[in-house]
Design a protein around this ligand. Sequence first.
Ligand code: GH3
Ligand code: MG
Ligand code: MG
Ligand code: MG
Length: 319
Amino acid sequence: RTRAEFAMQLVGGEMEMLRRLAAGQSHTLAYVEAGDTERLIARRLRGETALTVLSDATAFLQAAIARPGADVFVIDLAARQTDPLRLISQLRSDEATRFLPILALAEAGDEAGAARALELGASDYIARPIDRNELAARLRTQLLRKRYDEGLRRSLQETIELAVTDPLTGLHNRRFLDVRLSRPAAHADGYALALFDIDHFKRINDGFGHDVGDSVLKEFAGRLKAAVRASDLVCRFGGEEFAALMPAADFQTASKIAERIRQAVEDTPFAGPGEGLSVTVSGGFAVAHDSAEPAGSVLKRADAALYEAKRTGRNQICS
Ligand code: GH3
Ligand code: MG
Ligand code: MG
Ligand code: MG
């Protein structure tokens, strides 16, 4: 195939997508005042997109934010009932509509108004008199952009998830904990940090095989998660070490939760390939002195406590 044929095929694919978008598989929500513009927009976009036109600003915002589903917004800058620029700002500041395209309808010759709309977050504008082909083309461009943006955001999100997740246990990894610890907002009310290390884990690997070791790690991760509060963060710290970050936990609370975790391991035999295995875990925890104590220092104290728990007999929690 020649390069030109290949290019034609690509363009063909794009055209097909545009055709599908045009076949009403997109939904446009428009804010224009009742009357001429309303009729004009309806006529211009007929067959191009599923269209909802609202002439009441409150109803428009409600439809946009509370009942998401629109792919693109059209806002008439000539509307007088509410400042249309304010509507644009509101759409840009709400989580549900932040990234959705906004197409502004500008008054003839009002470049300043159009520029202001763009500054506040409109994606594009079209000036009166409104030409059907131009309106349809600008709308399609925004719909395409939205699809690309969504794809990018989704893969970025997936990449981030992968980077902060431990593949074996599904828990967050140390990287995630480090990020959380580095955020001052996370410890405004203080926190406790506990470290756990499975006792004689090497014996499990050596005696039953690496797969059994893996399944013990998975099972432990589940028990760990079940034993903490919803607001606590647990992660696989590395190897057979795990951590629990307990926001706003004082000494008593941290001690109680850490002990609960230790017991959850000791009390119930591990099922699965490691049936009948007796597994225990040691733990050490530290409560942050104040918001000025560096996370590294809290971590060091928790680690020293864990070392103490190992040194003085294992299957216990130290602080
Ligand atoms: P202690 O009670 O002092 O903690 O003894 P231990 O045997 O648990 O400690 P050690 O640090 O000597 O051994 C930890 C072992 O954990 C060694 C390593 O091969 C194993 N390990 C680390 N990551 C994994 C993993 O993902 N899967 C399995 N099966 N084993 C792992
Ligand atoms: Mg270890
Ligand atoms: Mg060890
Ligand atoms: Mg160990």
